[in-house]
Structure formats: structure tokens, C-alpha cells
Write a protein of this length. Structure first.
Length: 418
């Protein structure tokens, strides 16, 4: 790295100035855009208050907009403030809500960063902070897209890392509460349950069940009423979860929007063209579905295997990155702003490379695929890269490299032990 460029990046003044300007500019943009995605959450709150299903879209009955668990409305309710719904997804007096939510997400981002330095400590606090700064800077486009839209994925990430922090402290019940709160916001984070169960040798299951009952059944029932909460849970499953996870054929859940870079979307763009109601298939939809399910099963099994065999402390952060990537690439669709989570993956890689147990060859390969992912995330807005699903393939190769690094580290460790 050029000395001048290195000095700029490592400068605390530069970092503070950049982040300050970034936060102010994105805050103004979020207000100007009128809380685009926040309106969806507030719509759900209004519907539940009036004993209506938030999964009914008055503007298009065939397309569900509010896809969160019923309990998510409890998290969004405090942000209703002065907002009043004047029409579906339209609110008056929403500016205060936008500012309050924006500040909450900013706080969530910084709390997540602080937790990372505790969960994945580097060789020194100074190095840890440096890694965190660079990770944030590398993710600015995706983070900016997330913040300007009033999205909630950084909020769910914060809840997830509180759950991980408590898990590492063996506070399983409280960890489960925050984990279940995280999946009310973004259900694909449920893949982390595999990690928790494997690393706790099954002891997490009891806490996981209790936390699920508390967040999904008990608390909402106390506020909504048991029958209405049960109705909402059934509607959520039928309208959101079933099409999202349990489609019978590929044709029922295809999503070819170029902003989506999950596995089904990437494979879909290879074999399907057109739009909903007028798709043109190069091969049978059933075959596409089987292909996607087979690849998904392999990715899940391999991820479970590396979590099971890993005993290296310096690889723990890489495991977190692996399971976050599962929540990005395995759902039926995943929009670009969720890749704001990549700052966690970058931080995990930097922390691993700073450890004394890395190998020169692994360092070079890991650095290459990390750089490829950075390039893919910054070139997202260019149409050719979207149509080629460049971001998905870069993320998949990055995941594969993390898997190989963990396998190699543990194989070498076993050889030395013997």
C-alpha cells in the first residue's frame, strides 16, 4: 500500500471525519426519501393496532410487503411516534420516526462494531480498532444503501451479535431471547441456530425453545391476545415462510430482480428470463428447483461440518462470517443492502490474518478472495455485474475459501497434536 494512502486510512482524524460526514449525509438522504422501508414496518404496526393482518397488501393482494414475524411490530411500535397512516404505506408526520429509527440503526452499527472487538479480539486493542475502521470503510456503499432506505438489517445484526456475545459468556437463555428477536426481523438468521446447537453440544436447545416461546407466543399474546397472535402466526407462515422456504417448485418463488443476489436468484438468471406470469425457462422449473435445493443442502452440510470440527480459537470469527453468509445466499432472495453485514466478514478475516497461527499461502489466497468480494460489492450498481450475479459468485467463493481455511487449520492442528 502506498505510504500516503496508508497514512490516510490509518488516521483517526480521517476516519472520524469520514464517518461523521457519512452519517450526516445519509441521515439527510433518509429524511428526503421519506423513510421508504420504515413505512413497511409502521404499516405493520398500524394494521395490528386495528386488528388487521399486516400480510394483506391493499395495493397488490398477490404480493406481501410486510414479511416480518408478528413480534416485529412490537419492536417497531415505539417508532410510530407522531406518524399517522393516511393511506397504505403513506404517513403524515413521519420525519420524527425516520430520525428516531435512523439514530437507532446508527447506534446498532456501533454496538455491533464494539461487540466484534470483544468477540473476536485481535493481538492488541489498537490493531482491533484498525481492523474495524478498515472493515467499515470497505462496506460504505452497502451500509449507505441500507441507511438511506430506512432498512432494518443492521438492527437485526446488532441483536444477533448480542446473542453471540451472551452465548460465548454461557448465558444461553438471554442469548436465545436476542437471537429470537433477531429472527423476527430477518428470519434467515435462523441458520445460526445450527452453530449455537453444535458449539454448545446440544445444551442450547432448551434455551432456544424457551426463547422462541417467549418472543413468538407469550409476549405477543399478552399484547395482541392469544387468538389474534395465533391468527397472525398462521398468516405469516402461509403468506411468507412457506413461499420463502418450502416452495414445491422453483416457479412458485422465483425472484429475478437484479438487486437480489441469493443462490436462487443467481441460478434463476442463468436459466430463466422474463417476469412473473411470463417466465421463459431454458430447462424445467422442477430441475432448477432440484439444482438449487441440492446446492443449498451441500452448502449447509459443509458449513455444519466446519462448525463441528473447528477447535481453533483464531478461526471462530471465520465461522461467524460463514453463518452470516448463509443468511445472505440461501434465502429465496436477498437484496443488496443486506451485504452491509460484510464488515463483520472483513473484520473476521483481518483478525485471523493478524493471529500468529496463519500460513503464508492461506494469507495470500484469503486476501485475494476478500479483495474480489470488496470489488464485487462496490460494482453492484453496474448492470452487467448485476445480470451476471457477480456479487453472489464472489460471496460464494469467499465462503468456500473460509471453509477451506478452517479445514486446513484444523487438519494441521490435528497433525501437530498427533
Amino acid at each position: 500500500m502506498h505510504p500516503i494512502l496508508k497514512k490516510i486510512i490509518t488516521s483517526n482524524y480521517f476516519f472520524v471525519a469520514t464517518i461523521t460526514l457519512f452519517i450526516i449525509a445519509l441521515g439527510l438522504t433518509a429524511v428526503a426519501r421519506g423513510g421508504r422501508d420504515l413505512k413497511v414496518g409502521l404499516f405493520g404496526v398500524e394494521q395490528v393496532i386495528h386488528k388487521k393482518s399486516p400480510y394483506d397488501n391493499p395495493l397488490d393482494h398477490n404480493r406481501v410487503i410486510f414479511r416480518y414475524a408478528p413480534a416485529f411490530t412490537l419492536l417497531q411500535y415505539p417508532y410510530l411516534l407522531k406518524s399517522k397512516m393516511t393511506a397504505p404505506f403513506e404517513f403524515s408526520g413521519i420525519t420524527t420516526s425516520i430520525i428516531a429509527w435512523y439514530l437507532t440503526v446508527i447506534l446498532s452499527l456501533f454496538v455491533s462494531g464494539w461487540l466484534l472487538t470483544k468477540i473476536m479480539p485481535a493481538v492488541s486493542p489498537k490493531t482491533s480498532f484498525m481492523n474495524l475502521k478498515i472493515s467499515f470503510l470497505l462496506c460504505l456503499p452497502a451500509i449507505g444503501y441500507e441507511l438511506s432506505n430506512g432498512q432494518n438489517k443492521l438492527f437485526s445484526l446488532c441483536l444477533m451479535f448480542i446473542a453471540i456475545y451472551l452465548f460465548e459468556k454461557k448465558r444461553f437463555f438471554f442469548s436465545s431471547i436476542f437471537f429470537n428477536l433477531a429472527i423476527t426481523v430477518y428470519i434467515p438468521l435462523v441458520f445460526f441456530a445450527i452453530y449455537f446447537i453444535l458449539k454448545s453440544k446440544g445444551r442450547y436447545i432448551f434455551s432456544l425453545i424457551n426463547g422462541c416461546l417467549l418472543i413468538f407466543i407469550i409476549l405477543p399474546s399478552l399484547i395482541f391476545g392469544f387468538e389474534f397472535n395465533l391468527y397472525l402466526l398462521k398468516d405469516w407462515f402461509i403468506r411468507c415462510l412457506k413461499p420463502f422456504f418450502f416452495a414445491d417448485t422453483y416457479a412458485t418463488y422465483i425472484d429475478l430482480r437484479t438487486s437480489s443476489h441469493s443462490l436462487p436468484s443467481a441460478i434463476g438468471r442463468m436459466f430463466v428470463s422474463g417476469f412473473t406470469g411470463a417466465f421463459n425457462y431454458r430447462i424445467s422449473p422442477i430441475l432448477i428447483h432440484i439444482l438449487i435445493m441440492t446446492i443449498t443442502a451441500i452448502i449447509l452440510l459443509v458449513s455444519c461440518l466446519v462448525a463441528w470440527i473447528n477447535s481453533k480459537e483464531n478461526c471462530r470469527g471465520l465461522l461467524y462470517a460463514i453463518f452470516l453468509i448463509l443468511a445472505l445466499i440461501l434465502p429465496a432472495y436477498c437484496i443488496y443492502y443486506t451485504w452491509a453485514w460484510l464488515f463483520v466478514a472483513y473484520f473476521a478475516v483481518f483478525s485471523y490474518l493478524d493471529s500468529r497461527e496463519t500460513f503464508e499461502k492461506a494469507e495470500k489466497i484469503l486476501a485475494f478472495f476478500t479483495g474480489l468480494l470488496v470489488i464485487a460489492s462496490w460494482l453492484f450498481s453496474l448492470p452487467p455485474f448485476n445480470h451476471l450475479s457477480f456479487l453472489f459468485w464472489a460471496t460464494f467463493l469467499f465462503w468456500l475459501n473460509l471453509v477451506l481455511v478452517i479445514f486446513n487449520n484444523n487438519r494441521v492442528s490435528l497433525r501437530i497434536t498427533r
